[in-house]
Design a protein around this ligand. Structure first.
Ligand code: NAI
Ligand code: MG
Length: 332
């Protein structure tokens, strides 16, 4: 039986994860769920943001369902985000964000895309140093990194039924680094059976709004993907409904895009939809395709029939909403 680690984390993280687990446990899945700690609450209790026991449990798992963590407010120079540590440790090089409107009344444009973002290189290597009154950042773009992210985008497109991949870059200015990415993109796409085109990132940011239908799968580097995926989430219904997957070759971390929302934590009003959609991505990752699609349909139906949390104009609390989704699943 495949093991899945479950980490609530901080703030609303445990609330949205508990609600999602309520549904998953009712689905009678052939998965072994094990809970673990991470984040600020874990640090206060154990002295570790990412306790060694958690790492042990993760090592014996195939995937993790994760809520959110709160970043400490003090500018402690020794603080390393446990989430970034996990991304590095498990080499979770692909960040995958499907963006489509679940609730048509909240969408701003007609967008139905997936963004596949390189997650380990680019601007986010953390290689910054101070020198002679300047801060120098090393931005890394490697042939290996480009090749594997494009290969992942091809796989994701085929699973999701997309026929075209657009490479988004800034090769007109960053001629060597982004030029390498663009060149590798066309090489890897050769023989994939999918259409390939490319666009400069600033034009792409505008085109997501003015010509949303020209995109299917987007493959891009770390910083561009970070920004464009929040833009796409806002265009399709907001961060509160946006799921994400961080995937390597052997392990996946699935989490809502939103953070720990300290302003509403402990009130039981958080919307668990983004976490439920992240669980759908997790189920696809462990090849439980039917379970993933039933869960997504049950969520969409629940929302469309007007059962909603407060942020979407409803009255249900986090767990009550999850119970409605769970009831719909067992009715089918
Ligand atoms: P946030 O996403 O936690 O909250 C932004 C706003 O959206 C808040 O008003 C919040 O109440 C609302 N919101 C978020 N999720 C919601 C949900 N499921 N249902 C209803 N409303 C929801 O972003 P913020 O406030 O910038 O960050 C709070 C903390 O979360 C910070 O410590 C930040 O570092 C951390 N964070 C953690 C992330 C992670 O663990 N992956 C990602 C983003 C932020
Ligand atoms: Mg972001």
């Amino acid at each position: 039986m495949k093991r899945v680690t479950v980490i609530g984390g901080d703030g609303i993280g445990p609330e949205v994860v508990d609600a999602t687990m309520h549904i998953l446990k009712g689905m009678d899945l052939d998965l072994d769920f094990v809970e673990a700690d991470m984040g600020l609450v874990s640090f206060k209790r154990t002295g570790h943001y990412l306790p060694p026991e958690t790492l042990n449990i993760l090592e014996s798992s195939k995937a993790v369902l994760f809520g959110a963590i709160t970043s400490p407010v003090t500018s402690d120079p020794c603080y390393h985000s446990p989430l970034l540590q996990l991304r590095r440790y498990f080499d979770l090089y692909a960040n995958i964000r499907p963006c489509f409107p679940i609730l048509p009344e909240y969408k701003l444009v007609d967008l139905n895309i997936v963004i596949v973002r390189e997650n380990t290189e680019g601007m986010y290597t953390g290689l910054e140093r101070e020198e002679d009154g300047k801060v120098i950042l090393e931005r890394v773009v490697s042939e290996k990194g480009c090749r594997r992210i494009v290969e992942k985008a091809i796989k994701v497109s085929k699973v999701m039924g997309f026929n075209k991949i657009t490479c988004i870059h800034k090769a007109n200015v960053l001629r060597k680094s982004d030029g390498l990415f663009r060149r590798v993109f066309y090489e890897v796409m050769e023989g994939s059976g999918l259409k390939a085109d490319d666009m400069i990132v600033d034009a792409a940011a505008a085109a997501l709004i003015s010509k949303p239908k020209c995109f299917e799968c987007i493959v891009t580097l770390n910083l561009y993907g970070d920004i464009l995926s929040d833009e796409a989430a806002a265009l399709t219904g907001g961060l509160g409904m946006a799921p994400s997957a961080n995937i390597g070759d052997h392990f996946g971390l699935f989490e809502p895009v939103h953070g720990s929302a300290p302003d509403i934590a402990g009130k039981g009003v958080a919307n668990p939809s983004a976490t439920i959609l992240s669980a759908c991505l997790l189920l696809e990752f462990v090849k439980m395709m039917d379970a993933a699609s039933s869960l997504q349909s049950a969520l969409v139906q629940t929302l469309n029939e007007g059962d909603r949390t407060r942020d979407l104009g409803g009255t249900l609390d986090t767990m009550k909403f999850a119970e409605k989704v769970s009831e719909r699943l067992t009715r089918h």
